[in-house]
Design a protein around this ligand. Structure first.
Ligand SMILES: Nc1ncnc2c1ncn2[C@@H]1O[C@H](COP(=O)(O)OP(=O)(O)OP(=O)(O)O)[C@@H](O)[C@H]1O
Length: 522
């Protein structure tokens, strides 16, 4: 049978069907509208093998965008920018780039495992003339509709839609503008605290692990640790632990603790929540703050030793009085402050599991002051010391600030850095060009001069500290005399042994060496 005959046959079948439908409509005019619609759809479906699924922007009673719609929109954005002929451009709050999506009533074709799927951007326009604040009551309801052949129903419903949502979510995270949140919210005009727990700005800190000045071995170890954590979803589930990790960054001011937090966020593409504990009223408020933190984020508490009374001193007080004080803390009914136990509850208690892929970072300049309970392994899993600038760290800064890999003056700087304590912040400041036009030699010489100055200051300080005052010298002499009088067996020691004995037992090396052994031991 030829193609012409097939078309001819089909044409006459459709014509017969249309005739029958027209007759049906003519003789049954009283049939309710809904029934007419149902039958007409059923009739049309006889000849149409296509299935379509719609995804509305707003559903249900809550006035929130349908998450499935949002995922599809993001998924289609990448396809539509290449395939659609009519696009619309939007600046979306969460996105760092301009978002291009297909315009209303536009269609594109997606191909999944060799199957063609047609996506259309549609909207229904209601005749209802009500005015409403909410999008669900608006006269236009947007939706996406996907159409495909009936024989792919299983593939689409069981695999394709899941794939679309996963890809959409992934792309949303990749394209999102990362944020820096703070709980230090402003009070409104009436003096009441704002209901918004976290306020935010775009997070655009330029610090990365490449620009961080520190020992490269240590740096690699930290980067590996972070990468292992970020890929550890399965591992954490297997060992039965919440997918979170605690880092304690400690060291003198200006050694790069805050810069490292920013580098961590940039490496893992996480948001940063800067938690100001002194602004949190009580444990309840802390709970609300923690539950509002999104996944893939770093919660950082800077200068934890200054935040609240989380220092070792408090622990000593507790230990002196044992359970008594702990009990008092619990029963005091004072719910107006954040307590250590409250904070620990969110770090590794039951509440720590609300959310996943989170880092908790504490920074401090005085690690010894902290309550050991707060920083024990398991809570703060990794302790990282950030210290004074080493030669390797200097090389990173020289590359960042002067675009320099090597220079004859590096040797001098290396030997000076070995004997001098200078923070990376100070080294960076000395390398920063101060005049225009600037040259590399001037900057390096600047640093050398400052290093020499600091070294000289350190030497003078050490000398001053080691020199005893007359009062100290007299006290020491008195002590020695007392000790010598109490030692009966000194007669058998020769002067060298005596000196060694005094050094080791009396711990007075410098002074004792200058004191001659008295003849009269009485
Ligand atoms: N290790 C480092 N690598 C690169 N730059 C650094 C480093 N440490 C400090 N800096 C520079 O010094 C500035 C201050 O550093 P940062 O705020 O990270 O130090 P910090 O240890 O957090 O200090 P503080 O304890 O006072 O908060 C940074 O802006 C950065 O330019």
């Amino acid at each position: 049978m030829g193609m012409g005959e097939i078309w001819g046959g089909m044409g006459s079948t459709i014509a017969t069907a249309m005739f029958l439908y027209a007759m049906f409509q003519q003789y049954c005019p009283a049939m309710p509208y809904q029934f007419q619609m149902i039958y007409s759809r059923w009739f049309a479906n006889l000849f149409n093998p296509c299935i379509s699924i719609s995804f509305y922007e707003y559903t249900g009673e809550r006035y929130q965008r349908n998450q499935v719609y949002v995922d599809i929109e993001t998924y289609l954005t990448s396809n539509s920018s290449q395939l659609a002929r009519r696009l619309k451009a939007d600046v979306v709050d969460d996105s760092k780039d301009l978002v291009l999506s297909m315009d209303d009533y536009e269609e594109i074709t997606d191909i999944y495992q060799g199957v063609e799927l047609c996506w259309a951007s549609c909207q229904t326009v209601s005749t209802n003339q009500t005015i409403s604040l909410y999008a669900t009551d608006a006269s236009e309801r947007r939706y996406y509709m996907v159409s495909f052949h009936n024989r792919h129903r299983k593939l689409v419903t069981e695999e394709y839609l899941k794939h679309v949502r996963e890809q959409g979510k992934k792309m949303k995270i990749e394209n999102r503008q990362r944020k820096l949140y703070t709980n230090n919210t402003a009070e409104n005009w009436s003096g009441h605290q704002s209901k918004i727990m976290w306020s935010h700005v775009a997070f655009e800190h330029p610090s990365t692990f490449q620009t961080l000045a520190m020992d490269p071995v240590k740096k690699k170890e930290i980067v590996d640790d972070l990468m292992t954590f970020s890929k550890g979803k399965g591992y954490y589930a297997k060992v039965g632990k919440a997918w979170k990790r605690g880092y304690l960054l400690y060291g003198p001011p200006g050694t790069g603790k805050s810069s490292m937090v920013a580098a961590m966020a940039n490496l893992l593409d996480y948001d940063v929540y800067d938690l100001e504990l002194t602004s949190v009223k009580n444990n309840n408020e802390l709970k609300k703050l923690f539950t509002e933190v999104s996944n893939k984020s770093i919660i950082v508490i800077e200068d934890i030793d200054c935040s609240l009374d989380f220092t070792g001193q408090r622990k000593e007080e507790k230990e002196e009085d044992g359970n008594e004080i702990a009990k008092n803390e619990e029963n005091s009914g004072d719910d107006s402050k954040v307590t250590l136990s409250g904070l620990l509850n969110f770090i590794d208690g039951l509440w720590s599991c609300c959310g996943e892929e989170r880092l908790i970072v504490f920074t401090t300049n005085h690690v010894k002051k902290l309550d050991p309970a707060l920083i024990r392994r398991g809570r703060m899993d990794k302790h990282i010391e950030l210290s004074y600038c080493c030669f390797e760290g200097f090389k990173v800064l020289a590359k960042n600030y002067l675009d320099l890999d090597s220079h004859p003056l590096f040797e001098t700087i290396q030997s000076l850095l070995q004997k001098t304590l200078m923070t990376p912040a100070d080294v960076a400041e000395n390398l920063t060009p101060k005049i225009v036009p600037w040259d590399v030699e001037t900057c390096l010489n600047n640093l050398i001069e400052t290093l020499k100055k600091v070294k000289e200051e350190e030497r003078m300080k050490a000398e001053k500290e080691s020199k005893p005052t007359t009062k100290e010298a007299n006290t020491v002499l008195r002590k020695i005399k007392k000790k010598l009088m109490s030692i009966r067996h000194l007669e058998c020691l020769d002067p060298i042994n005596l000196r060694n004995y005094m050094q080791s037992r009396l711990h007075m090396s410098e002074i004792i060496l200058q004191v001659s052994v008295p003849n009269d031991r009485d």
